[in-house]
Write a protein that binds this ligand. Structure first.
Ligand code: ADP
Ligand code: MG
Length: 225
């Protein structure tokens, strides 16, 4: 069995009087899709934010590729997030003033890539996510399912080693949700990226290799037979 690429051990995180995580453990290996399941308010998003280095745990450790992410200063941690991680959320992640192709090209443009090169690469990812036809449109002019596929293209275009998806199908009907999940997990398998998939929908979790159940800030690992 290969080593985990990313692992949380004994993670505790409180927000004021609320203990969102109380000794949570989970890990993901390269190329693996792990679903984080559990009821609303159980600590799923907090788990994802700790694993991604967006928030720092009060106790416990997060290890990424041999480095202790939970002990890293803000600056290198945010650089690592930008260069090695990709994110897909439920809503509102595309810049409304930019066209869809400009949205997908944005992370590469911010990294200093020329417009022409960034948009050529963005184009291949839009095609791959089966939304090439919306390239010139603004996010407000496309359907929810199309917009979410553009968001997935933007998360994948930089070649992340870990993709963090928090309720990525939460705003979609089941047909569109499954389409997004199929394209997301196929692309992740092809590139060897790990996926942390937060969802409360069993139909969405079915796209994972393994499940972690979060309940009241505690985690339980579920191995499929
Ligand atoms: P889930 O994603 O499973 O719905 P969350 O991780 O978002 O759950 O939240 C877990 C608990 O922590 C909830 O009680 C929530 O209200 C609380 N919480 C999460 N984030 C914050 C925050 N930034 N400030 C205060 N409370 C928070
Ligand atoms: Mg959540």
């Amino acid at each position: 069995m290969t080593q985990p690429l990313l692992a949380a051990t004994g993670v505790v995180k409180s927000f004021g009087p609320t203990k969102a995580l109380d000794g949570a453990n989970m890990s993901v290996r390269a190329g693996e899709v792990v679903a984080v399941m559990g009821p609303s308010g159980s600590g799923k998003s907090t788990m994802l934010h700790c694993l991604a280095g967006i928030i720092q745990p009060d106790a416990g450790t997060v290890m990424y590729d041999g480095k202790e992410l939970s002990a890293m200063p803000d600056q290198p941690r945010s650089t690592l997030r930008r260069t090695e991680f990709g994110f897909v959320f439920q809503f509102g992640q595309l810049v409304p003033e930019l066209s869809c192709i400009e949205n997908v090209a944005l992370p590469m443009r911010l990294g200093g890539m020329k417009r022409r090169d960034a948009e050529a690469k963005a184009r291949t990812w839009l095609d791959r996510l089966e939304v090439g036809e919306v390239a010139a449109k603004r996010p407000g002019e496309v359907s929810g399912g199309q917009g979410q596929r553009v968001a997935v293209a933007r998360a994948l275009v930089t070649g992340p080693r870990v993709i963090f998806a928090d309720e990525p199908t939460g705003a979609l009907d089941s047909l569109n949700g499954e389409h997004v999940m199929r394209l997301l997990t196929e692309a992740a398998k092809d590139t060897g990226a790990a996926v942390i998939l937060v969802t409360h929908e069993p139909r969405v979790a079915a796209y994972s290799d393994r499940e972690v159940i979060v309940r009241d800030g505690h985690t339980r690992q579920v191995e499929f037979a």
